[in-house]
Design a protein around this ligand. Sequence first.
Ligand code: GAR
Length: 213
Amino acid sequence: MYNIVVLASGSGSNFEAIVKQTRLYFTDITVSMLITDKKNAFAIKRSEYLGIPYTLLPKHRRFRVLDEIIDTIKPHLIVLAGFMRIIPRWFVEEHFGKIVNIHPSLLPSFPGMHAIRQAYDYGVRVTGITIHFVDSGVDTGPIIFQYPLMVNPEWDIEKLEEYIHRLEHRFYTPVINGLLHCPYEIRGRKVIFTDNRGDACDIFRVERGEHIP
Ligand code: GAR
């Protein structure tokens, strides 16, 4: 059995997708807690109707409190899903290789908080999603997974957002599952999966889009 915690500051749609998909398809993974830094985050409402406990981080000593929670729960992964805070260096160093983040662009294009809007305004014809380990920069850590999206220039921003979120919801949980089940090494900026044999190692099926039965 594996347990993970999810950190979210806003709507929490990725959090909900992770909870639902682990319950349906990846049943050896439990989301033990939602952790948020925003008392009005809609993610809290989702945690209530999904029956997942949540913790609201205090404004002061935020990351010390988070560290204590992590020490108590000892999750296999700390999953950021729209957690809009820069993680301090000491916390990253203590947990490096265990913190993953999802970002709504093909990094290194459009890091930061407004990636979809910036990609849209720029007029890119290809964008996508990135799942990466967290380092102490803003959306700069080693890349685990990316998936592209061809952009129709006639779409409005809402359409682009909808398609990006669909990709996020489709891929985040299977990639988390792959990280938990597959041996891998982080070599500099590269994340190398060292064993692609066997069903237990789902990350390669993820890339072929075969991850959900
Ligand atoms: C997601 O699109 C996620 O990629 C983005 O915040 C959104 C959260 O949505 N994260 C970043 O931009 C991180 N730099 P959600 O709360 O509905 O899951």
